[in-house]
Write a protein that binds this ligand. Sequence first.
Ligand code: HEC
Length: 166
Amino acid sequence: MRLGPILAATALAALAAACSPSQDKSADAGSATPTAPAAPEASDAEKQAILASYPAPYNAADLANGKSKFALCQSCHTITPGGANMTGPNLHGVFGKKSAGHPDYKYSDALKNAGFTWDADHLNQWLEKPQTFLPGTKMTFAGLKDAKDRTDLIAYLMVETGHKAQ
Ligand code: HEC
């Protein structure tokens, strides 16, 4: 549904391009830069503003490094709204959600029975070594040893999965 404004803007731009007579350059230039207030993807500046609203140390995290570390997760997880479950569940909206909270994903009993709510602290322990944090989990990820990398990755995930600071 959030594609609506974009589609509308695209359609308008196409219409403007198709309808404007070639001599009407000024009108063309004006319509070529429509403002799209409800873009589904936040701009980099907006992402930095969201980041700054998080508690330390996440407010000072390096989103570019977080994004590069997310390459370690990408083979098993999507993070976009409504993204597919793959080997692991889609992670959009995971912060503030109960563990094993995706309705369409078949979790291990270990995670189903864990009964905590995902926040940065839990993610931090989980990502250091999933199998130690939660024996019996079926997430076969060795762990991310470097604390700074985890901070950056968690901040990236919070921004990208739509987490708002409380
Ligand atoms: C080899 C595949 C694989 C990789 C790589 C992987 N995961 Fe997972 N992940 C899983 C599986 C499988 C589960 C479900 C675990 C269970 O049910 O015990 C899971 C579960 C999770 C959960 C819990 C979600 C929920 O709904 O409770 C989070 C959070 C998570 N992964 C984050 C990550 C992050 C961040 C990375 C990258 C550092 C990562 N995972 C890398 C397979 C993977």
